[in-house]
Design a protein around this ligand. Sequence first.
Ligand code: NCD
Ligand code: ZN
Length: 364
Amino acid sequence: MGDNGFLRYPATLSALKELTLIRPDDWHLHLRDDAVLDAVIASSAEDFSRAIIMPNLVPPVVTRKDAENYRQRIRSACSKLTGAAQHFEPLMTLYLTEQTDPVDLIAAHAAGVIQAVKLYPAGATTNSSSGVHNIEAVYPVLEAMQRAGVVLCMHGEVTDPDVDIFDREAVFIDRVLTPLRTAFPELRMVLEHVTTADGVAYVQSQTQYQACTLTPHHLVINRNHMLVGGIRPHYYCLPILKRREHQQALVKAATSGDARFFLGTDSAPHVTHTKESACGCAGVFNAPNTLSVLATVFEAANALDNLEAFVSKNGPKFYGLRENREQITLRRETEAVTFPDTLTCGDETITVFDPGMPLHWQVV
Ligand code: NCD
Ligand code: ZN
């Protein structure tokens, strides 16, 4: 029996040995730039057709021109890969600021340069200092986005120092998202990397204009894994891991087949020493083993039939894009499948997410 204390995973649960799926997409991905981009790109491009690329570079991706240039750098990193990975398609986003020009944004969308815009409350997470302080200051931009059908992706946490870090998502829903939804009933919004039962319940209570992404790590670990028996910096991410009851609500939502829930890995590489530090960076680098982890979670929930909806169908449906034509096959191996502990990045390493339990599914 494989076990990380949460997911009980009997090694003989499934008689199914192979699973063929529409090739998945990742609806929330950090690829960074330069040497890190070169180090991590294959991990996503080998298993996924497309990904929504987060714009929190330093400086951030704020204009159409920035998005075109960044897309070109990603495409050129892909051109060094082989096979299907060469054709990985980055779906670009703009980083919303109080200075965002709606004319530039709408033109970028109409030209197919961007698929979405990302809202970071200022100071909420890694590289978010240029984010939004006063949400009402961007209401004219959101109005234009609603009219043009541009998706708004949201980092759903308040940054008020009086709000406990474990409550920041639930308070965001009450204070920011609920009024936003009333003001913009037909704006397509994605609450990114939902981590609480409150987030799940909010999305379930809404119309087809509201969806959310879920990460693999929030499905398999909770705050005990990060904090009991020693502090594990490679499990530190934002929004922070919550208690087990929240984790259970996320697994239930992900495996339910509900079209409003889909995969966004939030794979967020930082070089190892910046996480193993007195003030470590937030972010989990999970791209190499995402599909193995998810097959394990869905199998343990007896929901392998819903895996394709979660990784390949619900996302394109929400974004109004076609499903991928290619397929991938996952095979269930008798022996546990292993992944490298780290990737090399120049003189540094990037530590790969350790789900803390044996994985038996492998992309073939
Ligand atoms: C992300 C990063 O490192 O860019 N970190 C994280 O913990 N998820 C930013 C983000 O998505 O919040
Ligand atoms: Zn992210």
